[in-house]
Design a protein around this ligand. Structure first.
Ligand code: ADP
Ligand code: UDP
Length: 235
């Protein structure tokens, strides 16, 4: 399998076509962006960290029978994935109130949700990824009713598996974002699962170990991502 041409370059990754039409190479860039791309920095080593962390987490999900696009990590910054038709929605799971939910609803930061909350957002930078009801997802034809319930069920299963896996390694899974696509009609989990797309807090100290360090200019970005990597790669 050989990568041929870049099909899509986003803010954090490049998706390459390969000589196998069913497979793509997902390359992780060193770019860090926030606030719809208005804050941007290049952080040497970030691509390697996110590729490696994401590979570990996809592998963990695969072992528990969750259907993901991940095939194998092929270099420091690249993984081979199955090519999907992506749904234009982002699925967010929240265990603890943070970020946009606190800003939008005035709920106190740190409030715990049990059961976890599942939300849908439109993947559209120009519209600033607005939140969607399940009815919006169906009415706009973004996913079928069956796909909506499958995504919810799958997202909660991912939350259970990764929540336990991370807590065993001293990390609290606050919230995260998933993207799904289809392959021959089957719903498959795609994209990445990394400190760019999840909120990870140290289970004891509450220290922030994710992209909020960049969003909030807290410093210690690479140290935090390295610590996440060392914990997710420990047995
Ligand atoms: P953005 O588009 O938000 O700037 P990225 O830089 O992360 O994001 O770009 C990665 C793109 O690749 C996203 O649009 C994502 O939906 C898409 N993608 C992720 N996994 C796959 C896959 N297996 N097949 C096709 N596209 C994918
Ligand atoms: N998230 C993401 N991409 C997005 C929006 C959110 O990966 O385009 C992740 C984010 O890192 C966090 C979770 O989804 O782990 C919830 O994000 P939130 O809605 O609170 O938005 P934020 O405050 O991060 O902009």
């Amino acid at each position: 399998m050989r990568k041929t041409k870049p099909l899509y370059e986003g803010k954090a990754k490049i998706l390459w076509e390969t000589d196998d039409p069913a497979l793509m190479v997902q390359e992780f860039k060193n770019d860090a962006t926030a606030f719809d791309g208005t804050k941007h920095e290049v952080i040497e080593g970030k691509g390697t960290l996110n590729n490696t962390i994401s590979s570990h987490l996809f592998h963990t999900l695969d072992e528990k029978g969750v259907r993901t696009h991940f095939r194998e990590k092929t270099s420091d910054t690249e993984m081979v994935v199955e090519r999907l038709d992506m749904l234009r929605v982002e699925v967010v799971v929240r265990n603890i109130a943070a970020g946009s939910m606190v800003r939008r609803l005035g709920v106190e930061k740190g409030t715990t949700f049990d059961p976890a909350i599942v939300e849908f957002y439109l993947k559209d930078d120009d519209l600033h990824d607005p939140i969607l009801s399940e009815e919006h997802v169906r009415a706009l034809g973004l996913a079928t009713p069956e796909q909506v319930s499958q995504m919810k069920e799958r997202a909660l299963r991912v939350n259970e598996i990764l929540g336990d896996f991370l807590l065993e390694r001293g990390i609290r899974l606050v919230d995260f974002k998933l993207e799904f696509g289809t392959m021959n009609g089957e719903l498959v989990l795609g994209d990445e699962i990394s400190p760019d797309t999840c909120r990870f807090h140290d289970a004891e100290s509450g220290e922030i170990m994710d992209k909020d360090r960049f969003r909030q200019d807290l410093g210690g970005f690479l140290e935090a991502y390295n610590e996440v990597l060392s914990r997710v790669s420990s047995k």
